[in-house]
Design a binder for this molecule. Structure first.
Ligand code: MOS
Length: 743
């Protein structure tokens, strides 16, 4: 494969073989002599305090090394504020750190760690702990807490305002010819990556080595350094393989520091892996919520006002809400908008990012309401959206750096076969099944990191290159894509380049969250690779003994590691060998644009779904889905398509399967296994068709990459719910839509 072809090729995953053959070592699979195994114990109650923990029987068991509780665990140095890890700062999942005193704020809160010489012994000993509590009545559900709700000044770790407004929404709604008003309810969602969160901690003197399953090794390093009060230079974090995350490893939850503290206490390495059940109580979740939408429009279908309200529980310590009103405030031209978050304190851990956090739930409400509006007005659903299309962000008036939304509607509709659809519900049948189709718009903000992103490139005189950056690949394919970007920058074939990553000893990269990974990492990697290419070219044209001597550097083209200017050429290898240079190295950085950009940045898409509903059994089957997305430049269509397809299937899961609830009496989660908490599996997966629309964008980052991580989920559930209405004539304002809703 040649240089010019590196970016944009459907390269298969460079980490595919180790992953499928078992050669890949995940963070809980690092063999270290003298290893011990930590088992976390969670609180049975959701509110109150721990009055006693009887530890003698556990300690008497063979192989048990220590039992740590709030009584004997050292205090942390500090718990840093909750700031999204994209900022490049410390990023704890919540501002509360457990086991510092006897209070219990939520069910499953970590109250003890049992450490033994095997995992089985640790688990068994943990089962012997006798914990007594003083319990107070828990409050966890929307119905229990709605009376106490308030509008926070900020949400989302302080990054976004609690209220977003433009124009005069009351006036806008009053002047509308048609109004649609609907309230949507959402079950809580939990992350279920294949690999549960895990950390292996080893102290070497006063230096800490962590193998952590994370979206950002630097985020882990900075967070743990502050929690333990040790210098950054004394912590190294390695994350070579991560088995998925979906946002659960975007923030650094307390088990990471607890593993390090436990290892220090017992003076041996500690491996701490969450159980599947603990994944429901230890790493945040998407909160249960209610959203209300009011749309007003003229007869011609122009929006005059949008009101979008959200109510949800948060923890006792952080004002968190998924940012559900972000995309709805920007995707349509509408002079009057009001979005308000209301939250209430509950016995829950602080919720966290979960794939398309807020965008997926917010666009479900908006796009179901838009479908209703289209029906009320007798306007075709895509046509209604086109009538409200905007070239600028209606919040700031700044033009989109790029859009492609119109092409998404057109090409998505063409692929799906949308044209000629009978708009009337309940008209198509296939035996017992009612058939319907639906569509929705999709949008996801392009969020640049706050800090510069760095990478390093090295070319060896044997003709191979390594490009390095700290970022882990948590399943997105970023290691593959960066190999391509490196090859492109260096002017080399991909199979001569290697991307080395997942280690804080490598140049700093912010946590890959908010679909920002490919854009920010490619910017750094490309910068380093082109810096090295330019260095080698400069050396070649300045070398009196070389064939390129005296050539103008801008005339030199590089392909397959060979520099050519006119008829003269030589390879990087020849240049280095002649100069007795074993290698050459360069660094590169990308400084993201600040907040004062003259452009608004959003990724757009359009979703289409066909469902079959059995009205007697209440069954919904998604028969096919088409998504058309315009994520800027496509670095690798295979990994991009795979990300988008995954997102669409998460949308299917959200629409029809994924649900958790707390028991209002105990405050505990009801579904804490994959048998009870249903995620979409292959048997649920319909024919998923992804259309990639390349749009040029010279603003977002040097390669014009807008990101594919999350937009696949946005709008997917709305397209399905709209198809359910089209099949049955029933509007189900709920996620997930379950059997009883359709009987
Ligand atoms: Mo993503 S939910 O921002 O990790």
């Amino acid at each position: 494969m040649t240089t010019a072809a590196a970016i944009g090729q459907p390269l298969s995953r460079v980490d595919g073989r180790p992953k499928v053959t078992g050669a890949a070592r995940y963070s809980a699979e690092i063999p270290i002599p003298g290893m011990t195994y930590a088992c976390l114990v969670g609180s049975r109650i959701a509110s109150g305090r721990v009055t006693g923990i009887e530890t003698e029987s556990a300690l008497a068991e063979e192989g048990v090394v220590a039992v740590l509780t709030h009584r004997n665990l050292p205090r942390i140095a500090e718990q840093p504020p909750l700031i999204p890890s994209l900022a490049g700062t410390a990023a704890p999942g919540q501002t509360f750190f457990p086991m510092q005193d006897d209070t219990v704020h939520y069910a499953g809160q970590h109250i003890a760690i049992v450490i033994a010489d095997t995992w089985e012994r640790a688990q068994h000993a943990a089962s012997l702990l006798r914990v007594s509590y003083e319990e107070t009545a828990p409050l966890t559900t929307l119905n229990q807490g709605r009376g106490d709700a308030y509008v926070p000044e900020h949400i989302f770790g302080g990054w976004l305002p609690g209220r977003v407004e433009r124009g005069d929404v009351d006036a806008g709604l009053a002047q509308a010819d048609v109004r649609v008003e609907a309230t949507f309810t959402y079950a809580a969602n939990n992350h279920n990556p294949i690999e549960p969160a895990c950390t292996t901690a080893e102290w070497q003197g006063d230096e800490l080595l962590l193998y952590d399953s994370t979206q950002g090794v630097n985020a882990t390093q900075i967070t743990v350094a502050r929690q333990l009060g040790i210098p950054l230079s004394k912590i190294r974090v390695i994350s070579h393989f991560v088995g998925g995350s979906f946002g659960s490893k975007a923030m650094i939850h307390d088990h990471v520091a607890l593993a390090a503290m436990a290892a220090r206490e017992v003076g041996r390495p500690v491996k701490l892996s969450l159980t599947r059940e603990q994944m429901f109580t230890s790493v945040g979740h998407r909160e249960e919520q209610e959203q209300q939408i009011v749309l007003g429009a003229t007869r011609e279908g122009r929006l005059t006002g949008i009101r979008h309200l959200k109510l949800s529980p948060t923890s006792h310590f952080d004002d968190w809400a998924e940012p559900s009103i972000g995309v709805s405030s920007e995707i349509y031209a509408c002079p009057n908008f009001q979005g308000v978050y209301r939250i209430f304190r509950a016995n829950t851990m602080t919720p966290t990012f979960m794939r398309a956090p807020g965008e997926a739930s917010g666009m479900f409400a908006l796009e179901c309401a838009m479908d209703e509006l289209a029906h009320e007005l007798g306007v075709e659903p895509i046509e209604l959206r086109l009538r409200n299309y905007t070239d600028v962000s209606p919040m700031t008036g700044n033009p989109w750096s790029s859009s492609g939304l119109r092409e998404c509607y057109q090409r998505g509709a063409a692929r799906f076969g949308w044209e000629g659809r009978d708009p009337r519900p309940g008209m198509r049948r296939d035996g017992n099944w009612l058939i319907g189709t639906g569509m929705a718009s999709a949008g996801y903000p392009v969020a640049p990191p706050a800090n510069p992103q760095r990478a390093r490139a090295r070319f060896y005189a044997d003709g191979t290159a390594v490009v390095q950056a700290a970022t882990p690949d948590f399943g997105t394919g970023v290691a593959t894509v960066m190999t391509q970007v490196a090859a492109d920058g260096l002017g080399m074939a991909v199979d001569r380049c290697r991307f080395e990553n997942g280690d804080t000893d490598l140049p700093n990269i912010a946590a890959a969250v908010g679909s920002a990974g490919a854009g920010m990492i490619s910017a750094a990697v490309h910068s380093a690779a082109t810096a090295l290419r330019n260095q080698l070219i400069a050396k070649a044209v300045a070398d009196p003994n070389g064939p390129l001597y005296g050539a103008n550097p801008v005339d030199v083209v590089v392909q397959d590691g060979v520099m050519t200017a006119g008829t003269a050429s030589e390879s990087y290898v020849e240049l280095l060998r002649r100069n007795f240079q074993p290698d050459a190295e360069a660094s590169g950085a990308w400084k993201p644009p600040g907040g004062d950009s003259e452009y608004a940045m959003m990724t757009f898409g359009a979703q289409f779904a066909e469902v079959a509903v059995d009205p007697e059994l209440g069954l919904v089957r998604v028969r096919r889905m088409t998504g058309a997305f315009a994520p800027g430049r496509i670095l690798n269509p295979k990994t991009a398509r795979s990300q988008l397809m995954g997102g669409m299937l998460w949308g299917l899961g959200q629409a029809l399967l994924e649900a958790n609830h707390t028991d209002p009496r105990t405050g505990r989660w009801a579904n804490t296994s994959l048998g009870e908490y249903l995620v979409a599996v292959n048997a649920d997966a319909p024919d998923v068709d992804v259309e990639l629309i390349e749009v040029e964008d010279s603003v977002v980052n040097p390669l014009g990459v807008k990101g594919v991580g999350e937009i696949g989920q946005v709008g997917a559930a709305a397209a399905i719910a709209n198809a359910v209405w089209h099949a049955t004539g029933r509007r189900i304002h709920k996620m997930p839509i379950t059997i009883e809703d359709l009987l």
